[in-house]
Design a protein around this ligand. Structure first.
Ligand code: COA
Length: 325
């Protein structure tokens, strides 16, 4: 297999920021509770005129510029999202049109918070097999469109944003190993019950708030810690590496206490974990994407570094990959 890596990165977060202090005026909560229980201080909120594709387009354009390639050179666009503009067309098709990537095939994937890692690993297969040379992967979410703003258990946790990368053949390094997994039996822990074919939108589903995120946070917390640590270990083992070889660990940003517990389980010191949850909250598929972008662009990740991306989400689904930058 030819080496496959990331040749460009992009991101976008909406302008409007909602702080914990703002949230204190909306639900019975406090900056102190949110900060200590989650690590979140603020989150970005898309306007009513911005949908998931608008965030994605901005991130995609930056990734293409960073890669130094034209949109016409893209052969595939994979978009990970659970908050697409509409059931169809897909967000990837909307992005294709907007950026002028007329030669690209397009599809979306639904793997919740692990979507970007799922997309990256899927893209890698297409490039490694020689089917395509340039694949654009995007994680984009407008989670605030599916949040119940009266439910303090969930509304303080989520935010909006998008991250993107271009996956292509590289001379050396790149994506060294990957790990994907799922456990559908735990699907009830995190879901949006209505809006699909099971419970199409009716006055009743709206009145019963069935179009919003329902979450059993405590149970998810414990599973997330174990599953993310196992996924990282499995990908590292496949690459013939160990936790001590990791220069930068970039986990899905769901809760700072989850990240610290995963790191402890892996035996990683805090300096090696990349965390930006404070600024954004949980942006589902966009979380790992934006964290990856910021880790590289801030200089935290240097050439030759071993990076681990690790994500977990509704489904349940999870994925990890080891990258030599
Ligand atoms: N402000 C103040 N109090 C709040 C609150 C808020 N925003 N949200 C919940 N509480 C209260 C609860 O009502 C509960 O009160 P009670 O004891 O009187 O019933 C108390 O805080 C403790 O709730 P609990 O659910 O035990 O808190 P926790 O320490 O488990 O933290 C989460 C809650 C949601 C932050 C945490 O469980 C979590 O992050 N889980 C994982 C979520 C996740 O990762 N989801 C996405 C997966 S990709």
């Amino acid at each position: 297999m030819k080496p496959v890596g990331i040749i460009g990165l992009g991101h976008y977060v909406p302008q409007k920021v909602l702080t914990n202090k703002d949230m204190e005026k909306m639900v019975d909560t406090s900056d102190e509770w949110i900060t200590t229980r989650t690590g979140i201080k603020e989150r970005h909120i898309a306007s009513k005129y911005e949908a998931a594709s608008d965030l994605a387009i901005n991130a995609a354009q930056e990734a293409l510029k960073d890669a130094g390639i034209k949109p016409e050179s893209l052969e595939l666009i994979i978009c990970a999202t659970v908050t697409g503009d509409m059931p169809f067309p897909s967000v990837s098709c909307l992005v294709q049109k907007a950026i002028g990537a007329q030669n690209a095939a397009c599809f979306d994937i639904s793997a919740a918070c692990a979507g970007y890692v799922y997309g990256l690993i899927t893209a890698k297969q297409f490039v490694a097999s020689g089917t395509y040379k340039n694949v654009l992967v995007i994680g984009t979410e407008k989670l605030t469109s599916v949040v119940d703003w009266q439910d303090r258990n969930t509304c303080v946790l989520f935010g909006d944003g998008a991250g993107a990368c271009v996956v292509a053949p590289v001379k050396e390094g790149g994506i060294l190993s990957t790990c994907l997994g799922s456990d559908g039996s735990m699907g009830g822990l995190l879901m949006i019950p209505a809006g699909g074919s099971r419970n199409p939108a009716t006055h009743e589903t709206v009145d019963e708030k069935m179009h919003y995120i329902k979450m059993r946070g405590n149970e998810l917390f414990k599973l997330a810690v174990k599953i993310m640590a196992d996924a990282a270990n499995s990908a590292l083992k496949q690459a013939g590496l160990d936790c001590k070889d990791v220069d930068c660990f970039i986990p899905h940003q769901a809760n700072i206490r989850i990240l610290l517990a995963v790191a402890k389980r892996l035996g990683l010191d805090t300096e090696r974990i990349f965390m930006n949850i404070e600024k954004y909250g949980n942006m589902s598929s966009a979380s790992t994407a934006v964290a990856f972008y910021e880790a590289v662009k801030s200089g935290r990740v240097k050439k030759g570094d071993i990076v681990v991306l690790d994500a977990f989400g509704a489904g349940l689904v999870w994925g990890a990959c080891v990258i030599k930058w």
